[in-house]
Design a protein around this ligand. Structure first.
Ligand SMILES: Nc1nc2c(ncn2[C@@H]2O[C@H](COP(=O)(O)OP(=O)(O)O)[C@@H](O)[C@H]2O)c(=O)[nH]1
Ligand SMILES: [Mg+2]
Length: 318
């Protein structure tokens, strides 16, 4: 097993696309050897800059990703795109539409596109997104773009895995209120008002800037609002300049180091949490839970039951 994993590692470091694909599947499914694989590549990561592009369905994330990738390619950078799509509960598979739409990029050897399913626990999502980007990082990709569909917790998780987060909105009423609710305001480093060819863009810009102005912030980075028409490539160069500004800001005064340290800490905590859970649910405990759910008589509160089941485990820590 370890020999196969070490071969795979070699392939990744050489930038071999098949090796990258196999490694990502190994990590996504937590197949045998994935821990060794991640440890193998660990010292080769840290170069790739990670960008999150998030927003509601249809707001133009794929279109914008497409344009930004072309700009990055022109500057000679290699780009990885990780499309984070919700798993369909019926098929268990992720939607492939985005991949089809980006077919011109798919022919470019300097671009690697991958879909990532959002199954599994929410904390695990940030970890998984980070680890897939780590593979691209080790393989020599300069930028990794996460395209995330707007469904609350997923966006927050991806923001955790990204260095710069771009939040897309469109000139439709309700969006601002919605984003305030879901915590989008907190994660955005840059706001993009896409489809600004549509009526209402100016109004939306003013509303958004006002909401940003009201917000209390202890950061010295103040997110700005950029208007784009992604399907015409309008405004994307200006956006790219602002992305570079944000990167320079993070590079100053250790902001990026702190951000990545925080990510590392979260990742370690997630691994520990998952490991403990995994070992906790042995056959015996699974049976206790099953019996509890089936029994009509036992009116133990869920807290007391949990306490009872944890008893043995807690003793080992004493
Ligand atoms: N009018 C207009 N249409 C756009 C703009 N950007 C993207 N679109 C179109 O909006 C639709 C959804 O875009 P897509 O990138 O797939 O959105 P996603 O679901 O956020 O990835 C597509 O038909 C795009 O061509 C824009 O700035 N203006
Ligand atoms: Mg899309």
């Amino acid at each position: 097993m370890s020999k196969i994993i070490d071969e795979l590692t070699k392939g990744i470091l050489e930038g071999n696309r098949n090796a990258i694909a196999r490694a990502m599947t190994t990590i996504e499914n937590e197949e045998d050897g994935y821990v060794r694989l991640l440890s193998n590549i660990y010292e080769r990561i840290g170069r790739a800059y990670r960008i999150g592009i998030t927003g509601p369905p249809g707001s133009g994330k794929s279109t914008l990703t497409n344009h930004l990738t072309k700009i990055l390619r022109k500057e000679g950078f290699k780009v990885g795109i990780i499309a984070v799509d919700p798993t369909s509960p019926f098929t268990g598979g992720a939607i492939l539409g985005d991949r089809i739409r980006m077919h011109d990029l798919a022919l470019d050897k300097g671009v690697y596109i991958r879909s990532m399913a959002t199954r599994g626990s929410s904390g695990g999502l940030a970890r998984q997104a980070t680890e897939l980007a780590d593979v691209l990082d080790a393989a020599g990709y300069d930028y990794v773009i996460y395209e995330t569909v707007g469904v609350g917790q997923v966006e927050l998780d991806i923001a955790e895995a990204a260095d710069t987060t771009i939040v897309l909105l469109v000139p439709e009423s309700g969006d601002i209120i919605q984003s305030l609710k879901s915590g989008l305001m907190e994660i955005a480093d840059i706001f993009v008002l896409n489809k600004s060819d549509r009526p209402g863009a100016e109004r939306m810009q003013k509303d958004l800037e006002y909401a940003l102005h009201l917000r209390e912030s202890d950061h010295d980075w103040h997110p700005k609002v950029y208007q784009t028409v992604a399907n015409q490539g309008k405004g994307t160069e200006e956006l790219w300049t602002e992305m570079k500004n944000h990167r320079s800001y993070l590079d100053s005064e250790n902001h990026l180091v702190n951000k990545r340290d925080r990510r590392l800490k979260n990742r370690i905590e997630t691994v520990i949490r998952q490991r403990i859970e995994f070992h906790f649910w042995d056959d015996k405990r699974k049976k206790i839970l099953k019996n509890y759910l089936e029994s009509e008589k036992e009116k133990l509160s869920p807290y007391l039951l949990a306490e009872k089941m944890l008893e043995k485990l807690l003793k080992t820590f004493k």
